[in-house]
Design a protein around this ligand. Structure first.
Ligand code: SF4
Ligand code: SF4
Ligand code: SF4
Length: 312
């Protein structure tokens, strides 16, 4: 049985130490599982559902078929022709195949943590946060999925790490009352803007962006440190309308520290296949090229904005 998430527990699918792309300095990034959006380009598709899921890494599988002998539900199978396959719908997450696979080709993504268990997991990283990189100290970043869904958990967890710099990487999709809960314990918001046009946002991310902009305005009004994150996805949002909207925001809210372009990459594709998910038809086959990034950085420069950079 899967343990339900509560105020005292939350599902987490990864904890990455020594992260340098999720805020200032050397950081530990905690990836929560579960998201109210459904972006077609999601690079962490295992983060969309809150429940644990079986992931099969086809590129690691040697076809030894030990898991087929072990699995009693018929989820691990031999395909016509003799190769190994997985029927995700039949998996009960018993974990037996993971114990017999010597190649780490199967894994259960998602584990329920209490704030104290998460603290035990990250406590040895805290000493590295004091080391400066680029003149800045590090800290903890809450990412996902959508960490805002676990506002109570995060508030509890932050009470265990006084003095540690905290960042939240958020789609901004959620209730303002959740932002109200964590506004005093988060030092920096890495706030994604995926589309300016609400209809496009609904089409590609599964919900409109009205609340997202309200929430961003709330953070601006409260003078929080904000970095806008701009995922650039070829054929979807690399448009003038998008960049005009971002320019307007940066002009209207000058205390936003800066904006970061996040070039799209298709790493999520293999993970989506490994989760047994249908690949969205709109998913761009190409990564965002250097030329596209330079083009949009040039557009911002022409508008006199030197506060936009590329995150990589
Ligand atoms: S045990 Fe691992 S390597 Fe062997 S067939 Fe199963 S998934 Fe592939
Ligand atoms: S976790 Fe259990 S049920 Fe799921 S595929 Fe592995 S052995 Fe089968
Ligand atoms: S908001 Fe982020 S985690 Fe959620 S579906 Fe979109 S890209 Fe994935």
């Amino acid at each position: 049985m899967t343990e339900p998430a509560t105020d005292r527990k939350a599902p987490i699918f990864d904890v990455q130490s020594f992260s340098i792309h999720d805020g200032p300095g050397i950081r530990t990034t905690v990836f929560f599982k579960g998201c109210p959006l459904d972006c077609v380009w999601c690079h962490n598709p295992e983060s969309k559902r809150a429940e644990p899921q079986l992931i099969y890494y086809k590129n690691r599988c040697t076809g030894c078929l030990l898991c087929v002998e072990t699995c009693k539900t018929g989820a691990q199978i031999i395909l016509p022709g003799g190769a190994h396959g997985v029927i995700h719908e039949k998996c009960t997450l018993c974990g037996k195949c993971i114990k017999v696979c010597c190649y780490e080709a199967v894994k259960i993504s998602g584990k329920i943590y209490s704030p104290e268990e998460l603290y035990d997991r990250i406590k040895s990283d805290i000493r590295y946060f004091a080391l400066e990189t680029g003149g800045e100290r590090g800290g903890i970043t809450f990412s996902g999925g959508e960490p805002l869904q676990y506002a109570d958990f995060i508030k509890n967890f932050c009470s265990l790490i006084p003095g540690v710099h905290t960042a939240m990487d958020t789609s901004g999709s959620g209730d303002i009352k959740d932002f109200e809960k964590i506004i005093d314990c988060i030092d920096l918001f890495l706030f994604d803007i995926k589309a300016i046009n609400s209809i496009e946002h609904k089409k590609f991310c599964g919900a409109d962006n009205n609340k997202i902009f309200q929430n961003l305005k709330y953070l601006c009004k409260n003078k929080k440190d904000i970095i806008l994150r701009l995922p650039i996805v070829p054929g979807i949002n690399d448009t003038k309308e998008y960049f005009d909207g971002i320019s307007e925001f940066l002009t209207k809210y000058p205390h936003i520290k800066h904006a970061e372009i996040l070039p799209y990459h298709n790493y999520g594709l293999a993970k989506a296949e490994g989760l047994g998910l249908k690949i969205p038809a709109e998913l761009p086959p190409l990564n965002t090229g250097k030329e596209t990034v330079e083009k949009w950085l040039g557009e911002f420069a022409k508008r006199g904005m030197d506060n936009v950079r590329c995150s990589q």
